[in-house]
Design a protein around this ligand. Structure first.
Ligand code: 5GP
Length: 115
């Protein structure tokens, strides 16, 4: 992992403005700056130790579970319960920030594709 603070670390430190809409001991959530769905929230570990979900699952499965749980709690509040959880993994898959994060997407999602 780069020593450079990621954009999410800088948000957590208050260096870049964003409203933290929820947090747990190990994770926090913000609304995506460029929403792709009526509800589009990013759920992010406070530590930038893991670059992607595969590294996170191997290194700290409990923290991964915490992220899924926070997403579920937020979805209950924001989408009525149903949601899509996406971890872009690798640049060719669209990952642009290499500090693992989950995209919580919901609200008015009707098509059945996974893309
Ligand atoms: P990725 O492409 O790595 O899966 O997702 C990164 C996400 O972070 C993108 O959806 C992008 O819109 C979002 N993002 C990038 N910079 C900022 C920012 O400064 N504030 C917020 N709220 N979201 C950001």
């Amino acid at each position: 992992m780069s020593d450079e603070p990621s954009i999410f670390t800088r948000i957590l430190r208050g260096e870049i403005p964003a409203e933290i809409i929820a947090e747990t001991e190990g994770a926090f959530a913000i609304r995506d700056i460029a929403p792709q769905a009526p509800v589009h929230v990013l759920v992010i570990p406070k530590s930038q130790e893991y670059r992607n979900v595969v590294e996170l699952a191997a290194g700290d499965p409990q923290l991964l579970a915490e992220i899924v749980g926070l997403a579920n709690t937020l979805a209950a509040e924001l989408t009525g319960g149903d949601f899509r959880l996406v971890f872009n993994t690798g640049a060719d898959a669209g990952q642009t920030v290499f500090h693992v994060h989950a995209h919580l997407l919901g609200g008015g999602l009707t098509e059945k594709s996974v893309g």
